[in-house]
Design a protein around this ligand. Structure first.
Ligand code: ADP
Ligand code: MG
Length: 728
């Protein structure tokens, strides 16, 4: 056994649980390190406090003078709570979070030290944008960018650093982060949804999108993880024969959480509580060493920040417990991968969840309005939704039997299907009093009871209605939720704007009553969006055929899927709603296409290295041992040696065959990479990596995994699946 593998196993087996200090009551520490409303009230002047609240709730601008007051209060609070530095905390398009720490203290001209943090430092900062992805803007525009305070997401302290959530924008004005378009989309859906709400309740003045994510992940002992170059560099195994026992017995899902893991979770959740992430549920997932964590849902911008922060916290706390967190969508072949369900809904400032049926027919008509408009929006933009969840790592999951397929469809359950079927029969134009009464009493009025009874959950649907929210299940576990949330908000906003125009036209021109007009428009939407609805098994082959017949897209790879991000339709959608300019949309596409190629390139290099420098030499060594054995047998048995050396000789040949396949595969893959790197543009490079480079991965892996089964376990250099997944 290689020393690395041996030591890693030994270290893992000798691990002790790390002690955790957990507060008796979580509520005692919740938000303790957050500059939230209570701390603001304590540390800000009344004017400053009101100004922040106004900015949070109504998006009003904060004057420079007030910003100075706020920064003073924020600084005092954070120093009292142990902060020595501050940073603008943002989410560049690399998929990680970024920070640049500055100390609070500054030197005066006369050499005295003062604590300084003014309104200027709070509101705006200039990290160097040239090393963050900017999709070519660098070449045509100015490289520099700045970060600007987002008062809707409260500042918090991590360790000894005050973190101020910010947006990240190029000097030429283009958004270079995830947050900026998300904030614009939230404003858009607020306006569009509030306008529609007024049909039902004049008191509604604001609508917010809500998000509750569910984060899946794997935990692997850090020594074991570090013993594998592929896990270390790519976050997933690129080879490794499956363990004799995997997840077949379903014993992990129902099992107790192992105590070492539980200690990690308690510690990590305590940290989450301190920074205000409202974590709520934790449990084992299907695969061995796979787990899930979900919070109480929040306003979408805050929820997105909290998910990014959570991933940071999880990585950080894992170090203390000698774990490595794998967020990759498919760390291990043959067992389940990880996703991040995005539960989405809309809530009004009057406290109503617009995707939850109410107690009166009118409230239920409101529910139906938002419900059907969402379905129609998904119908019209299914390809964009697929594009927004596309990544090199999520490709392993989508359509790979345990995960939602690459085809987007909507599941609503049999009861609501019946309701929509009824609504489809609504008379064109004016409705008779009898029909209206019937609709109110027997169709719309029955919805709440129907939903309560509705227990048929479909786990194979990528976009499912789950009683009071929609659940987008196809999002990958590494993803930043801002992407899918921006798209969902945008398409539903556009749909609601269209809906309002159509209803108003029927009211004004056709003189229909309000509810008649609404029923009429909804009826047409139900008809038009029928093909997106699917209640059957989303994992089955039959659905793929059926979906093709229906004309739904089925983009199985990222480069194929991403193209919808720059279609005329998408560019127009974001431009019309002022969420992203054409340049912003295109630069994102460019960045994602580039990132795809880079990821496959890196994986190709790692695989080439492991296969040629670890696997082949080991196979040769073992083959030599077999040869020695055969030579020895020949010495003893003379001409008769074949009788006793037959099987050894078969093994020798088999090993040679695998070595040949691996070596040739790597050579061809390397040639394909060279060609891909020289393709005419980023898009063509990504296409080639997908079509010409990636296919070699499976072939090379296949032969490496076969060798793993042939070669003496003592000699095998790489920690095996069984050891990675079951050593505790
Ligand atoms: P499940 O059966 O999938 O576990 P839950 O009701 O426990 O369903 O909710 C799962 C996720 O949905 C949680 O993260 C929760 O916060 C979120 N969620 C619940 N209601 C809403 C809502 N109105 N808007 C957004 N997310 C929600
Ligand atoms: Mg779920």
């Amino acid at each position: 056994m290689s020393t690395l593998r041996f030591n890693a196993l030994k270290e893992t087996l000798n691990r002790k649980n790390v002690e955790v200090n957990e507060p008796a009551r979580r509520s005692d520490i919740f938000g303790k390190n957050v500059f939230n409303k209570p701390s603001m009230r304590q540390h800000l002047t009344k004017q400053a406090y009101n100004s922040v609240i106004d900015a949070m709730e109504n998006g009003t601008k904060i004057s420079r003078e007030v910003a100075d007051h706020i920064s003073t209060g924020m600084k005092e609070w954070s120093i009292q709570n142990g902060a020595t530095h501050y940073t603008h905390w943002f989410q560049p398009l690399t998929g990680a979070t970024a920070e640049k720490h500055d100390a609070f203290f500054e030197l005066e001209m006369d050499g005295t030290v003062i604590e300084k943090f003014g309104g200027g430092q709070l509101v705006q900062q200039e990290p160097d944008a040239s090393s963050f992805p900017n999709g070519g803007i660098r070449n045509t525009f100015e490289a520099r960018g700045y970060t600007a305070w987002d008062p809707t997401s409260p500042a918090f302290i991590m360790g000894t650093t005050l973190c101020i959530p910010t947006v990240f924008i190029a000097y030429t004005g283009e958004a270079l982060d995830y947050k900026t378009p998300l904030l614009r989309s939230l404003q858009t859906i607020d306006q569009a949804a509030t306008a529609v709400c007024k049909y039902f309740d004049k008191n509604v003045t604001k609508t917010i999108a809500t998000l509750g994510w569910e984060q899946e992940y794997f935990l692997i002992d850090s020594a074991l993880a570090d013993s594998r170059p592929d896990i270390q560099l790519a976050g997933r195994t690129l080879l490794g024969h499956s363990s004799a026992k995997g997840q077949q017995l379903d014993d992990h899902y129902f099992g107790a959480i192992p105590s070492r893991v539980l200690n990690y979770m308690r510690d990590m959740e305590t940290e989450c509580m301190l920074v205000g992430i409202p974590v709520k549920t934790r449990h084992n997932e299907v695969a061995p060493n796979q787990f899930e964590l979900a919070p109480i849902f929040e306003e979408a911008n805050l929820a997105v920040d909290h998910n990014s922060l959570l991933m940071d916290v999880m990585r950080k706390v894992a170090l203390r417990h000698n774990f490595k967190v794998l967020f990759h969508e498919k760390p291990f072949a043959g067992i389940n991968g990880s996703g991040k369900h995005n539960n989405w809904s809309l809530a009004t400032d009057t406290g109503v969840n617009l995707l939850s049926p109410g107690s009166t027919p009118m409230k239920n008509l409101q529910f139906l309005t938002f419900f059907i408009n969402t379905i129609k929006a998904v119908h019209d933009h299914e390809e964009l939704i697929r594009a927004t969840i596309a990544s090199a790592s999520n490709d392993h999951r989508l359509g790979a039997n345990e995960a939602p397929p690459a085809i987007i469809s909507v599941f609503i359950g049999s009861q609501l299907t019946k309701v929509l079927d009824e609504l489809e029969k609504v008379t064109d134009g004016k409705l008779s009093p009898e029909e209206k009464t019937d609709l109110k009493l027997n169709v719309v009025g029955k919805i709440p009871e129907l939903i309560l009874d509705n227990t048929d959950r479909n786990r194979t649907s990528p976009f499912a209605f789950t009683g009071n929210k929609f659940e987008l299940r196809a999002v990958g576990s590494t993803a930043n939720c801002a992407n899918p949330m921006t798209v969902l908000n945008a398409i539903v906003a556009q749909q609601l704007i269209e809906f309002k125009e159509e209803v108003d036209t029927l009211i004004n021109d056709k003189k229909l009553k309000k509810d008649e007009a609404i029923f009429n428009v909804l009826r047409e939407y139900i008809k038009k969006s029928k093909k997106i609805r699917f209640e059957g098994d989303g994992y089955g082959q039959a659905w793929e055929k059926e979906a093709t017949k229906r004309g739904l897209s089925n983009n199985k790879t990222t480069p194929g899927a991403l193209k919808a991000k720059v279609s005329k339709k998408t560019i127009k959608l974001f431009e019309d709603l002022k969420i992203m300019s054409k340049v912003e949309t295109e630069l994102r596409y460019e960045i994602e296409v580039e990132e795809y190629a880079l990821r496959i390139q890196i994986e190709g290099r790692i695989l080439g290295d492991i296969a040629r420098n670890h696997v082949i030499p080991t196979a040769v060594k073992y083959q030599n041992r077999l040869i020695e054995n055969v030579v020895g047998l020949k010495e003893i048995y003379g001409k008769e040696f074949k009788k006793v050396a037959k099987e050894q000789m078969i093994l020798i040949e088999e090993i040679s065959e695998h070595i040949e396949k691996i070596n040739k595969g790597i050579t061809k893959m390397t040639e394909a990479r060279k060609k891909a790197n020289n393709a005419k543009n980023a898009e063509a490079t990504a296409d080639q990596y997908c079509e010409k480079v990636k296919p070699y991965f499976d072939e090379i892996r296949y032969h490496c995994d076969k060798l793993e089964l042939l070669v003496d376990d003592e000699m095998w250099p790489l920690t095996k699946y069984r050891e990675l997944l079951f050593t505790r």
